[in-house]
Design a protein around this ligand. Structure first.
Ligand code: HEC
Length: 110
C-alpha cells in the first residue's frame, strides 16, 4: 500500500469522526438563536419549558439544557418534525451541521 493512499484513508477516517462528534460551542449558539425563546428556564415566559414541566411533573427537568436523557437522534426528530406549537425547522433555518452541533450540545457528554 502506498503511503499517500494511507494518508488518504486516515484523512477520510478523521473527517468521519469529526462529522459525528458535533461542535458543542456552536450548538449552544444554535440553541440560543432558535430554541431558548421557548425552552429557557422560567415556565411563565417560556412555553416549551412550561409544557415540559407539565408533562414530566418533576420527573425530568422542564429545561432542555438540564436534561440528562436527550440524544442527538431525539433532538433531530423533534427539530425536523415539530410538536404541537413547536414548529418544524427547515434545513434553510437549521442546517444538518447545525442540527448535529445542537444535538451534541443538548446531549449529556459521553
Ligand atoms: C415556539 C416555541 C418552541 C420553540 C421555538 C422550540 N420548541 Fe421545542 N417544544 C416546544 C413545546 C411547547 C414542546 C412540548 C410539546 C408537547 O406538549 O409535547 C417542545 C418539545 C420539545 C422537545 C421534546 C422534549 C420531550 O421530552 O418531549 C424537544 C427535544 C424540543 N422541544 C427541542 C427543541 C429545540 C432543539 C428547539 C430549537 C431548535 C426547539 N425545541 C424550539 C416549544 C418550542
Amino acid at each position: 500500500m502506498s503511503r499517500s493512499f494511507l494518508f488518504l484513508v486516515l484523512a477520510l477516517v478523521s473527517c468521519e469522526l469529526f462529522a459525528q462528534v458535533g461542535d458543542r460551542a456552536h450548538g449552544k449558539e444554535v440553541y440560543e438563536h432558535w430554541c431558548s425563546s421557548c425552552h429557557a428556564p422560567g415556565a411563565r415566559k417560556h412555553p416549551g419549558t412550561s409544557a415540559l414541566e407539565f408533562i414530566y411533573k418533576g420527573e425530568k427537568s422542564g429545561v432542555l439544557e438540564e436534561r440528562l436523557d436527550l440524544t442527538p437522534e431525539l433532538v433531530a426528530l423533534f427539530v425536523r418534525n415539530g410538536v404541537k406549537i413547536m414548529p418544524p425547522f427547515r434545513k434553510t433555518e437549521i442546517s444538518d451541521k447545525d442540527l448535529l452541533d445542537l444535538g451534541a450540545y443538548l446531549s449529556p457528554q459521553r
